[in-house]
Design a binder for this molecule. Structure first.
Ligand SMILES: [Zn+2]
Length: 686
């Protein structure tokens, strides 16, 4: 006979779970202490005793063992246990770990180490703090790292070897194959930022954040492996329990895995003890347990989304128990989407409106690809081929669905009002309902693009770097540089409704000019490319040019005097006039002449190249090199520009330097900056 493990009703457990989250949020200093009192009053019907236990479980450990910090300064040969694999970030390799039981963020010299490794670290404990998954961590700058041992525990080494094995088997293929590692162990290191961003926008990124279904698949594998042993269901549950930590390590302790594994562990424990636990009890106990171990989890967006989506799936599928499978599946995904919507709005400012549809199409494909990939990783390599095809289709779905409408706060509020109006009007005036729906679609759902007029030039706000969009009219565009970030560049181009550019100019190869361009080939049509030529090619421009030439896009090294007409605008090349020692001086310099006004685009040229570009007088000056002090004061003023634009973002170089801004302003120029004004639009037609 089976027993109910805890007799309290489901809604009480739900209340306990919510309370645990409130307490954890308070314990990590997000909300003031009175939040606990308010929530206690709000959940008055819950058992006082259990609530007190919840509070004590989360708060007491914080009081007894307050978080310690490491003293700043140099360290030598100290043992750090890595809790993630080294990951490539914007400023190099990094990993998370613990040093003397203090969670740290490690800036690494290379990727030599693996998850769960114990390493000896020499470097500096800085006073910087990096917040990761909601938790502040001290930053340790690692100068030298020696691996002491691979995965101290059996779980550590088993998990790391699974992760290594998967990475090895899926390496060397195209992006679809790399995505399989995401489905299997949440490792997306081989997947491009653009694809990850597309999956996020389409509402599909949870497929690469390993969670419930993957835990179920893993436990299924364990059950299959233990079948020949001839053990009964209770012992199989024990075997599953024993194997679970391996999966947690293999997937890099992702918050969504912790949540799913804790829930699975409870179900398995119940089965091993011949007890049943109701779903809400499982959710609440797992939440309370995890937050008691680590209250910071509550601030991890991954944990929040995973928890809330799980509840949404359950509510959605409970509401449609009697329906057919398709409707049940749709209700489950709609339930998850509705549940996570407030969180997505809070954290990211928008929600993908048709994400349930994208999920409904993608989910069976992900399951199939994952199953084939598991077979391919465990067995014959051949099975990875169809898995890769399916993953490629999923990437296509993500790319398509990413351009479907997103709605922000305004959209959600309007939708709620429209739905309310629609319900009230539905009997009296069906036409009224249609009208309300049409107005909603027109004003909120359809993405608002800000199409540039002929003769307008937009200095796109892409952070530190240059990306300048020239509109000649009739859909004719030129793009001068692309900033550092391909995702941001694509977003900006999309905002201005640009799908094709007649000309892309790479002024020079620096990452803050060419880095963003590396992602647009194949996504934005390109007519022709101008580049500055040798000898200053760099990784960022090389990749863009290689991709472009593979697509058959003509690449030209233009010489001074080269002139093209772009609708209302005429673009003339003024420099570089010769080979320069400095890559910045090698920047392509353009004179853009509109119907009324002219503009000088200067890349990052410095004093040497400036001195060889004399007697230029224009209405608008793009201040060279993000307003750095590398310009010649007299040359800047000699252009006589009435408007000066500085394309700049947060940076550690001190751009723009105050004297450049002051000199231009004292000479009567209006200085506009993309870091202060956002995208700056200049009209050369008025
Ligand atoms: Zn630059």
């Amino acid at each position: 006979m089976t027993h109910r493990i805890v007799p309290a009703p489901s809604r009480l457990w739900l209340a306990h779970g919510v309370l645990a989250c409130v307490v954890a949020v308070t314990a990590t200093g997000w909300l003031p202490g009175w939040a606990i009192v308010v929530s206690l009053v709000a959940i008055l019907r819950a058992h006082l005793l259990t609530m007190a236990a919840v509070i004590l479980a989360i708060v007491l450990p914080r009081l007894l063992w307050p978080p310690t910090t490491l003293p700043h300064g140099a360290i030598e040969g100290r043992v750090v246990t890595l809790s993630t694999a080294p990951t490539s970030g914007q400023f190099g390799w990094w990993a998370l770990g613990t040093l003397d039981d203090v969670p740290v963020f490690l800036e690494l010299p290379d990727d030599e180490a693996e998850i769960a490794d114990s390493v000896l670290v020499t470097g500096i404990v800085t006073d910087d703090v990096a917040t990761f998954a909601g938790r502040p961590r001290q930053v340790v700058r690692v100068e030298e790292l020696v691996i002491a041992s691979h995965g101290r525990s059996i779980y550590g080494s088993a998990g790391a070897s699974i992760r290594r094995h998967v990475a090895q088997r899926v390496s060397g293929g195209r992006e679809g194959r790399a995505l399989l590692a995401g489905f299997l162990v949440g490792d997306t290191s081989g997947v491009s930022d653009l694809t990850i961003e597309a999956m996020k926008k389409a509402g599909l990124s949870h497929f690469v954040a390993v969670s419930g279904s993957n835990v179920a698949l893993f436990l299924g594998l364990v059950a299959i492996v233990s079948l020949p042993l001839g053990i009964g269901p209770r012992r199989r549950a024990v075997a599953g329990l024993a194997a679970l930590p391996v999966f947690v390590v293999a997937t890099g302790f992702e918050p969504s895995v912790l949540r799913a594994s804790a829930m699975a562990a409870l179900v398995l424990a119940g089965r091993a003890m011949d007890m049943t636990i109701e779903f809400w009890q499982v959710v609440a106990l797992a939440t309370i347990g995890l937050l008691a171990l680590d209250p910071w989890l509550v601030r991890s967006v991954g944990f929040q989304l995973s928890l809330v989506a799980t509840c949404g799936v359950l509510v959605g599928s409970r509401l449609s128990l009697a329906a057919g499978w398709l409707r049940r599946a749709l209700m489950a995904t709609v339930g998850a989407q509705v549940a996570v919507a407030p969180l997505l709005l809070w954290h990211f400012g928008s929600i993908p409106l048709f994400s349930p549809l994208a999920n409904l199409i993608a989910a069976p494909l992900v399951t199939l690809a994952t199953a084939l990939a598991i077979s391919g990783v465990v067995g014959p390599d051949l099975l990875l081929v169809p898995a890769e095809w399916i993953a490629t289709v999923i990437i296509e779905i993500a790319n398509t669905a990413a351009s479907w409408p997103q709605v922000g706060w305004l959209g959600v509020i309007t939708a709620a009002l429209a739905a309310g109006a629609g319900i009230r009007l539905r009997h009296r005036s069906p036409r009224g309902v249609a009208l309300v729906a049409a107005v909603f679609v027109a004003f909120v759902v359809l993405p608002r693009t800000e199409v540039l007029e002929a003769g307008e030039v937009a200095f796109l706000d892409v952070g530190q770097g240059d990306a300048i969009l020239l509109a000649g009219g009739d859909g004719l565009y030129a793009l001068v540089d692309g900033g550092r970030d391909p995702v941001l560049l694509l977003e900006r181009l999309e905002h201005h409704g640009v799908r094709h550019v007649a000309l892309v100019v790479v002024t020079h190869g620096d990452a803050d000019h060419a880095g963003g361009l590396a992602g647009i080939t194949g996504r934005i049509g390109i007519g022709e490319i101008w580049e500055h030529g040798d000898p200053h090619e760099m990784a960022a421009s090389r990749r863009f040019l290689a991709d472009a030439s593979n697509l058959g896009i003509p690449i030209v090294v233009p010489h001074p005097g080269h002139t093209v007409r772009l609708g209302e605008l005429v673009i003339e090349v003024l420099g570089p006039t010769r080979r320069y020692a400095s890559p910045n001086d090698q920047s392509i310099v353009l004179l853009v002449t509109g119907p009324v006004r002219s503009m000088l685009l200067t890349g990052d040229i410095e004093q040497v190249a400036q001195s060889e570009l004399s007697d230029i007088s224009v209405n608008v000056l793009k201040v060279p090199h993000h307003g750095a002090g590398t310009s010649d004061r007299d040359w800047l003023l000699s252009t006589g520009a009435e408007e000066a634009v500085i394309s700049v973002g947060a940076n550690e170089f001190g751009h723009p330097v105050p004297w450049v801004v002051a000199a231009l302003e004292s000479a009567g120029s209006t200085v506009r900056r993309t870091d202060l004004d956002g995208t700056v639009i200049i009209d050369l037609g008025t």
